[in-house]
Design a protein around this ligand. Structure first.
Ligand SMILES: Cc1cc2nc3c(=O)[nH]c(=O)nc-3n(C[C@H](O)[C@H](O)[C@H](O)COP(=O)(O)OP(=O)(O)OC[C@H]3O[C@@H](n4cnc5c(N)ncnc54)[C@H](O)[C@@H]3O)c2cc1C
Length: 345
């Protein structure tokens, strides 16, 4: 049996040798990923509690002009590798490069955004290092005595929160979906150390033959300012046509609950909630959505929530700023008419 990549010395973890909180900061198309920078928010809290350094870690090619960004958002220092071999993302190559840095610096905690890349390469890192990983955390705490990260997330289907530790292993890894935490404020006067590392980046075992950009016409829901969201209460895909009209009128996009996705009325990339996306729209209009905990999780960072539901007891009303108790087939056309009339006055 091949033991390549397995790290037997990891069975002899001396926890005191492991120090520091790392945020893996992704770059893409010459920009720093905002979801990664959001993690400097919980990262700062954790680092302060255990009196550790908060470090941004960046991999890529031609990224030198970006490496100060994590510092502006709160990191104490940035370790980065800028290498042509990292110009194309391949999970194995990125993961192995990060592993080399981990073996050198021994950080006790690594947080990464639950983006497509993060969800792919961070479990790879955890597996090779035989370290504990918890995906989709919604909050963190830390035990200041043991320095164990307490990774908090909703367990399957429950309204409770699970508190998870990986006490025997270092590093402790965790991913967080975009928009769970707010972006810290940017301060370009902040200073911090920049450390460029040279790593023997392993050659990829796969070859990219071609890549094609998929044109997405609509604004992704995680970036939308106004969202009109529909649930099972719409009763049919036709209900979404009505929501599209309203969304177009108010300059918003359409999203939905998991039940609406399961029914095939709206694609999964437009699902809001625990197993969908977290949104931070300033206006969220929930139509025919009951307000289950897993759905509400996705609108924690939303601004004003308006609920339209024909059941006055629906839990969504407890979480809404404005509520309309009505059949949506009456309420939505009435809203469309009112907005249209006011604009033509
Ligand atoms: C592990 C797990 C993860 C999950 N992740 C997610 C997630 O990411 N996102 C998510 O949304 N759910 C998620 N769920 C499912 C969640 O628990 C709920 O089942 C789901 O959110 C309910 O969707 P809904 O509100 O559209 O449907 P329902 O709960 O069926 O609610 C429909 C609502 O429409 C109202 N209604 C009916 N007719 C009308 C009408 N004519 N006019 C106005 N209102 C009407 C009803 O009063 C009702 O309140 C998850 C569940 C589990 C177990």
């Amino acid at each position: 049996m091949s033991t390549a990549g397995i790290c037997p010395e990891w069975d002899l973890i001396i926890k005191d040798e492991w120090r520091g909180v790392w945020i893996f900061v992704e770059t893409f198309d010459g920009e720093v990923n905002e979801a990664s920078l959001q993690l400097l928010n919980p990262g700062r809290m954790i680092a302060d509690k255990i009196k550790a350094k908060l470090v941004g870690v960046m991999l890529g090619h031609n990224i030198r002009h970006l490496v100060r960004e994590p510092i502006y958002y709160g990191a104490d220092e940035v370790i980065y590798v800028d290498d042509p071999a990292l110009s194309t993302y391949t999970p194995e190559v990125y993961a192995e490069t990060l592993i080399s840095l981990v073996r050198k610096y021994k950080p006790e905690i690594i947080l990464a955004a639950g983006t497509l890349r993060g969800r792919e390469m961070i479990p790879y890192v955890a597996n090779i290092l035989r370290a504990g990983i918890t995906a989709d955390c919604t909050d963190f705490d830390v035990d200041v005595n043991t320095r164990d990260l307490i990774m908090i997330r909703p367990p399957f289907g429950a309204t409770l929160l699970a508190h998870i530790r990986a006490p025997e292993r270092r590093p402790q890894l965790s991913t967080v979906r975009p928009n769970v935490f707010k972006l810290p404020s940017r301060d370009v006067s902040r200073r911090g150390e920049l450390i460029e590392e040279k790593v023997d980046v392993p050659p990829p075992r796969i070859k990219l033959i071609s890549s094609e950009e998929v044109k997405v016409e609509e604004v992704p829901i995680e970036k939308a300012e106004i969202i009109v969201s529909g649930g099972r209460g719409l009763g049919s895909p036709e209900g979404f046509k009505l929501l599209e009209k309203l969304a177009e009128l108010v300059g918003g996009v359409v999203a939905g609950s998991r039940k609406a996705v399961d029914a095939g009325w709206i694609p999964h990339e437009r699902q809001v909630g625990q197993t969908g996306k977290s949104v931070k729209a300033s206006l969220y209009i929930a139509v025919g959505i009951s307000g289950a905990a897993q759905h509400l999780f996705g609108i924690r960072e939303a601004g004003i929530v308006v609920a339209i539901n024909n059941d006055p007891e629906a839990p969504i009303f407890e979480n809404a700023d404005y509520g309309i108790v009505a059949d949506y087939r009456e309420a939505v056309p009435a809203l469309i008419e009112e907005i249209t009339n006011r604009r033509s006055r």
